[in-house]
Design a protein. Structure first.
Length: 544
């Protein structure tokens, strides 16, 4: 009975191993169809900065904000107005002195006029306007001395608010809002860049860790295979009972399952990194296998907590964004308070006039046209130039809504919103301090774990070596040897996890301190309105 069982076992076991080995080789061959692509960390970050859609969205937001700033400055663009017209008709005159010729109800008026003006808003809230007029009129009224008559005029007017609109007005408010929105967009772009770089580095080190874990699992499987083979040799030699093979075989299958799970985890980690760094058109790269080329043990260093916290409060884009919001709220408050004030404007104006023409034949009486008025359009301009006919005006304009409850309510609301924004900034600064402290604690703990994990791994290697020597001498068991192998695998995995946690904690500390982009040599370029401008450029990149 024992012989038949042994014969069947000797036949079926190799066959099963051939099938299993063939399946594993087929899976590895399938992976080998795709090319292995060595990937430095700096290249991964550069690819992410070029292909990340979230960065593109934030960059376009900054481009729009830049355009809005230019648009707000457009409030100070000079305004040119041109108008002209012709009219001809008889309008009834309710007077016994209508000037109409005998037998007519009203005099006829034919006028051709043109006006040109330029107005300019001033940074003081005031305005200046220059306007010129010209008209040619013909009439049959007996009261009009000249027909045709040429009227010309040229004047300038300056208006300056003394209360409302003196410190701020809608144009200056628009500039402040556009500038605050631009700062907000720049902060959002910087934040997105930091988040993207941090996500790429975390994903990169996760992929590195899963690939190292895969190597540990493969080594554990090989050790289990060696232990199973050695046990089978002992059974064949009669040194061990046949039941002794069950334990190493069960352990082999368990480790094979862990290997397959690790392989899937490595694939998922690789796909997560591809999602961050590859573009939609990189069809070839999506099929490649990314192989991180940086795997040196991290150098553990101490951190100046106070300096890190100070840098964070100065550099975090989230705080810059909240400060931009406060700037906008302050502008809104200033405009709302200004609306409570009465309107009180000073007006200065000066005008010159010109007039010339030909005596109206329909005019009654025998008066003559003064020599300075006798002529045509050029004579009217000469009189305008000489300034004999002019007018200067100085005035004050005062207006105030009685009660003005709407403006007062708006000012109270705006001030309340401003205080809320300031409270948000205070809370955010406290949260930043907490994040820095948490990141420093995580980095310090991970650094200590590296040393402990290294010592545990070295001890596990010595223990496994000693246990295998005892097993070879026949004074140990499969259980103890397999246990030592598992201890070594766990120690190696713990060391990998400690190093990965340290790298990721270092990334998180750089992010929370607001210096991640500077430490990685990434600068935000000037944003150009033209399409295709770069939002960020990677410089020298050092992996931790």
């Amino acid at each position: 009975m024992n012989v038949s069982v042994r014969a069947q076992k000797s036949f079926s076991e190799p066959a099963r191993w051939v099938l299993v080995t063939g399946a594993l080789l087929a899976a590895l061959a399938g992976r080998a169809l795709a090319a292995d692509r060595p990937l430095p960390l700096a290249e991964a970050i550069a690819m992410a900065l070029s292909n990340n859609e979230a960065i593109l969205v934030q960059r376009e937001g900054l481009v729009a904000a830049e355009a809005a700033v230019g648009g707000a400055r457009g409030a100070y663009d000079p305004l040119l107005e041109l108008s002209g017209g012709w009219r001809d008709g008889r309008r009834p005159v309710n007077s016994s002195f209508s000037g109409a010729p005998a037998g007519r109800l009203a005099p006829k008026q034919e006028v051709i006029d043109a006006t040109a003006g330029v107005s300019q808003l001033l940074p003081t809230g005031g305005s200046v306007a220059l306007r010129g007029t010209s008209a040619r009129g013909k009439t049959d009224s007996v009261f009009q001395l000249l027909s045709p008559a040429y009227d010309t005029g040229l004047g300038v007017e300056f208006r300056q608010p003394l209360l409302r609109d003196r410190a701020i007005d809608p144009a200056r408010f628009g500039l402040k809002v556009a500038a605050a929105d631009r700062e907000l967009a720049a902060a959002d772009l910087r934040r997105q860049l930091m988040e993207t770089v941090a996500a790429v580095e975390r994903s990169y080190w996760t992929l590195t860790a899963t690939r190292r874990e895969l190597s540990v699992r493969e080594e554990a499987l090989r050790l289990a295979q060696d232990q199973l083979g050695e046990t089978e040799h002992r059974i064949e030699a009669g040194a061990s009972p046949e039941t002794e093979v069950a334990q190493p075989r069960a352990e082999l299958e368990r480790r094979r399952g862990e290997l397959l799970a690790s392989r899937e985890a490595a694939t998922r980690a690789e796909n997560a990194l591809k999602l961050l760094i590859l573009g939609d058109t990189d069809t070839t790269s999506w099929g490649d296998h990314l192989v991180p080329s940086e795997d040196a043990a991290p150098a553990v260093s101490s951190v100046d907590v106070v300096a890190a916290m100070t840098r964070a409060l100065e550099s975090r884009p989230e705080l810059a964004a909240l400060e931009a919001v406060i700037d906008r709220r302050k502008a809104e408050t200033a405009l709302a308070k200004d609306a409570v004030r009465p309107s009180f404007d000073a007006v200065l104006a000066y005008e010159r006039f010109g007039l010339a023409g030909t005596r109206n034949r329909a005019a009654s009486g025998s008066g003559t046209v003064p020599s300075r008025l006798d002529g045509g359009f050029s004579d009217s301009l000469d009189l305008l130039r000489d300034g004999d006919l002019d007018e200067a005006r100085v005035g004050l304009v005062f207006a105030v809504p009685i009660g003005n409850r709407r403006a007062r309510a708006g000012a109270a609301i705006a001030k309340s919103v401003e205080r809320q924004a300031e409270a948000d900034l205070t809370l955010a600064r406290k949260e930043v301090r907490t994040e820095v402290l948490d990141a420093v604690a995580a980095l310090d703990t991970a650094g200590q774990r590296i040393e402990a994990a290294k010592a545990a791994r070295e001890a596990a290697e010595v223990q496994l070596m000693a246990e295998r020597e005892r097993f070879g001498a026949g004074i140990s068991t499969n259980f103890l040897v397999l246990t030592r192998q598992n201890d070594l695998s766990r120690a190696r995995l713990d060391e990998i996890a400690a190093q990965t946690d340290y790298r990721q904690a270092a990334v998180d500390l750089a992010r929370t301190s607001g210096v991640l982009l500077e430490e990685r040599g990434i600068a935000i370029d000037g944003i150009a309105i033209e399409e295709g401008g770069s939002a960020a450029s990677p410089g020298t990149q050092g992996g931790k």
